[in-house]
Design a protein. Sequence first.
Length: 139
Amino acid sequence: MKDFKIYYGMEFNPFEKGQPDIEIDTDDFKEAIGRLNYLKDIRGIGLFTGRSGTGKTFIMKSFSESLNPGLYKVVYMPMSTLTTIEFYRELCSQLGLEPMHKKIDNFRNIQNYIKSTVDEKRIIPVIILDEAQYLKTAH
C-alpha cells in the first residue's frame, strides 16, 4: 500500500485527530453550506447525516463561524450520551440561563429566552446538536 501522504503530496494525515481543519471547497461542502444557509433563512430545523469522518462536524463549525454574532446566537453542543433533562440543563447553561431541577421548568426557560431574544434583541438562536445519534431516548 502506497503512503497516501506522498501520493497526494500532503505534509500530514488530515484525518488524524489533532490535525488542523482544512476547508476544501468541494461541491458537497458548498451544497451543505447552502442547505444550512437555507435553514437559517427560513428559521428551520434540519438533519444532516453521513458516515463517520465525512466532515459533518467540520461543516457545522465552518457554518457557525460564518454567522454574524450580532445577528445570531450560536449554541454548539457536541452531544453524546445526555438524557433529555441533561440536554435541557446543558442548553440552559449555554444560553446563560440558570438550570432548573425539573425538565418542564428548563423547557419553559429556554422557550422564553428564545422568544425574548428574537422579539426584543432581534438575535436568532442557532442550536447545533452534533453527534445526536447518541442521545438517550429514556426520560
